[in-house]
Design a binder for this molecule. Sequence first.
Ligand code: OOG
Ligand code: NI
Length: 430
Amino acid sequence: MTTTSFVSSDEIRTRFSQALSAMYQAEVPQYGTLLELADQVNQETLAANPTLAERLESDSELDRLDVERHGAIRVGTAEELAMLRRLFAVMGMQPVGYYDLSEAGVPVHATAFRPVDEAALKRNPFRIFTSLLRLELIESAELRERASAILAERDIFTPGARELIALYEEQGGLSDTQADRFVEEALETFRWHHDATVDHKTYQALLEEHRLIADVVCFRGPHINHLTPRTLNIDEVQRRMPDVGMNPKAVIEGPPRRNCPILLRQTSFKALEEQVHFDGEHQGTHTARFGEIEQRGAALTAKGRALYDRLLATARKQTAGLDNRAHQQRLSEIFAEFPDSEEQLRREGLAFFDYRLTDKGREEGAECDEDEELETLIAQGLVSARPITYEDFLPVSAAGIFQSNLGGAVTKPTPAMPTGRPSRQRWVLL
Ligand code: OOG
Ligand code: NI
């Protein structure tokens, strides 16, 4: 077989993300409602803001807006994670970043699988936030051994998926029919199972240790727990969520609303309580799946990120217990210190930009060696500078999303404090 008959990884990723979206829509109808809401708000935002529409169009960002999703799964063993790495590689997705959520009282560490190069991100920036349970953080030795024994019994991949991944690695690609079969087989790993693999008593014991441990250990696979579309106006989506029957989490995570959006703002609707059939004919319920929406802004340089982290830490001390309106108000006041024009963000080296010669710049053969000159060329319309979109996640926001969906008493995220060793005590607070 010649390489030309292979389907591109971008194409396989797009087929897979569409199939996953369709499966999740059938499993969680509220996700379909969220997609409609996101689309409606995006259309309205573009209609009301022609400059934004033009810019997104010329950056080919409008095309990816409709297909853009990220999802999340949680796995139980290093072997499962290693196999997932191979599965995602078929779709051109690589692990990017490390998120230690044990610092925020969640016993996992995580990475996000996503495409990395510009062309692939433009085509479809599909990402899966993937967490690995840290069984070593379970206090009781007996429960820890029980959990690893249960995990050792399961195979979260179908034989077909394993076969096609190996074939991909051997051939260096998949044909059209192989790609379709791969999508179908890979999808099985992400499916929800109504029947738990354990009896109710085991589920309860693990749940009491930590809700997340029960979620990972007691099922046949790492069901996809949310799939997130991208919006151009998250405040408006949050405001309208109750109108369409969704119960949004208390506050939007991340930076406040700004003229020049930075990083990532996220909100979610609360997890559904779902019927589960346990071993031994016992019916019960489990909350695993929820809905989330996000708005993406510019990627920050290390300097910009340090400023963000500092202001966020200040905000967290001052916003505890506030409702979203008051929270956003206070956050905006604190973030007044973060420059909010593209020119300042560039001049102060706070955000990443993509610089290109404009048509006029090319005609005039514009050149420059100094940063100062670059600003002049931008002002003259010879060079365009566009903020580069942030493609990753934020640990504090992720912890907030986890916690608001694990049930329990916590409605406000616990601060992620870099305290070194994760404290088991703090989980109890969840
Ligand atoms: C993942 C939560 C993190 C995000 O968008 O930050 C996440 C999970 O609950 O498994 O998806
Ligand atoms: Ni998410």
